[in-house]
Each structure stands twice: as structure tokens, then as C-alpha cells.
Ligand binder design. Structure first.
Ligand SMILES: [Zn+2]
Length: 248
């Protein structure tokens, strides 16, 4: 039985047996994992906040042969979300991000990119005023990381980069201006040129370096909705908590 160490981002948890807590968490080295904290609920020394979804901790663990659970022998809590508990809108976005992260990651598959960006985005959410833009930024990076984001620099057919609206062709991984979009596809959701510029910048710079004023809130919401529907279809998942953020 080997004692190992890793960092985790807690995705969900529940009490089990009398004093134990089981969690699903993400680790940069092990992907999505299932953890057991034996006796956590009666412990006086250990912080119970580690079970809060969104908490980050460094854990020392071991695995029993033929069992997929990680048994925690000790941990250091690094951070735990606090502001999201006092703000309903932040809380909705927080739930949405955690559900999305959980459903696009697989067990025991290393994915340090998704781990790092998830940790960063959840930390920014604690201080962010416009959570909608942050979630849009995250979804764009998930699409790009999975190799399905079209090249956003110009219309693939005519080369124009000054059209007023564009369609995203995920199958051909291309951007097509409204003029070049076949008439039978013209009723599809189209993105304004400002939104395409915002998306292109988001994929090239860090979050805080973006100019959020170029895209309206309504347009950002519609774009996010469209991209989330695409993600659901691509990963064959349903994100139940999207109903919270698209309720209006
Ligand atoms: Zn074109």
C-alpha cells in the first residue's frame, strides 16, 4: 500500500456511514476520483470545509488493492468558496461550473489543463462581478482544449474578417460569414462580429486582459446558451444546472 500526495478540487460530496464523507474530486494527475474521508464528521482537528464543492486541498492518500476509492490519511485545506454562498447568482454559476467540470472529465485520466483552468475560474468567480463572461470564457477554452473550436480569424469561404455576422461550423471547424452561409442554414444562430472578436481574444489572452465592453450581456447569454447546447451534444451529457443560469 503506497502513500501518495496530490492536490484536489472537490466537485461534490455526501455523508456516508456515521462519520465518513465521500467526495468526487478532480486531481491534476489522476483526473476525476472518488475519495473517502474516514471519521471526518467527528474530527476536531480537521476542517470539515474540505467537503464543500469548490474547495481545494492537498491530500495524502492510499488506495486499497482492487478498490477504486482514494482513502485520505491527511490533508491541508488550501481554499474554500465563501462568497458564492451569500449570492444566489454567483451560486448558480458555481453549481453550473462544477457540474460541467464533473461531466466533461473522466475517471483516472490525467488532465492538468482542465484542472488548472477549473481551479482558476472558480477562484475568479469568488471576486467576479460578471460571472456570465467568466463562464463563457471557460466554455470557449473547454471547446478549444477538445480540439473542436473553429478557427475564428476569418470566413473560410471568402476570407472576410469584416462581416456583421458569422455562423460557427463545428463539423468543418470553420467560421462562415452570413453572406457565404447557405440559405438553408441562415436561420441558425449567428454570432455578431464583436462576439467573434471577443471569443477570439478570450482564447488568446488571460481572462482579465479581455475587453468585455465589446459584447452585450444579451449577446453573451445567447452565445453561451448556444455553446452549452453544442457541448451537451458533443459530450452526450445534460447539464441540469443550466436551467438556473438561463432561467430568464
Ligand atoms: Zn464569407
Amino acid at each position: 500500500m503506497q502513500i501518495q500526495k496530490t492536490e484536489i478540487l472537490v466537485l461534490s460530496s455526501k455523508n456516508s456511514d456515521e462519520n465518513d464523507v465521500t467526495c468526487t474530486a478532480l486531481s491534476p494527475e489522476f483526473g476525476k476520483i472518488n475519495l473517502i474521508f474516514k471519521g471526518l464528521l467527528k474530527s476536531k482537528r480537521r476542517s470539515i470545509c474540505i467537503r464543500d464543492p469548490g474547495s481545494v486541498a492537498e491530500i495524502i492518500f492510499y488506495r486499497k488493492e482492487s478498490k477504486s476509492f482514494f482513502y485520505i490519511s491527511d490533508f491541508v485545506l488550501i481554499s474554500t468558496p465563501e462568497k458564492v454562498r451569500n449570492n444566489v447568482e454567483l451560486y448558480y454559476y458555481h453549481c453550473f461550473l462544477l457540474e460541467l467540470i464533473s461531466k466533461i472529465t473522466t475517471e483516472n485520466t490525467k488532465n492538468s489543463f482542465i484542472y488548472n483552468i477549473s481551479k482558476k475560474v472558480l477562484a475568479i468567480l469568488e471576486t467576479e462581478k460578471d460571472s456570465l463572461m467568466l463562464v463563457l470564457f471557460f466554455v470557449l477554452h473547454v471547446l478549444q482544449h477538445n480540439g473542436i473550436m473553429p478557427d475564428l480569424s476569418q470566413c473560410e469561404v471568402c476570407g472576410s474578417s469584416s462581416a456583421s455576422h458569422y455562423n460557427l461550423d463545428f463539423n468543418g471547424k470553420s467560421l462562415i460569414c452570413r453572406e457565404c452561409t447557405p440559405s438553408y442554414n441562415r436561420d441558425n444562430f449567428s454570432f455578431s462580429s464583436n462576439t467573434v472578436t471577443f471569443m477570439n481574444n478570450s482564447l488568446k489572452t488571460k481572462y482579465s486582459a479581455n475587453d468585455f465592453s465589446i459584447i452585450s450581456r444579451l449577446e453573451a447569454e445567447k452565445s453561451l446558451f448556444y455553446l452549452v447546447l453544442f457541448l451537451e451534444d458533443y459530450f452526450h451529457i445534460i447539464i441540469n444546472s443550466k436551467d438556473f443560469i438561463f432561467k430568464k
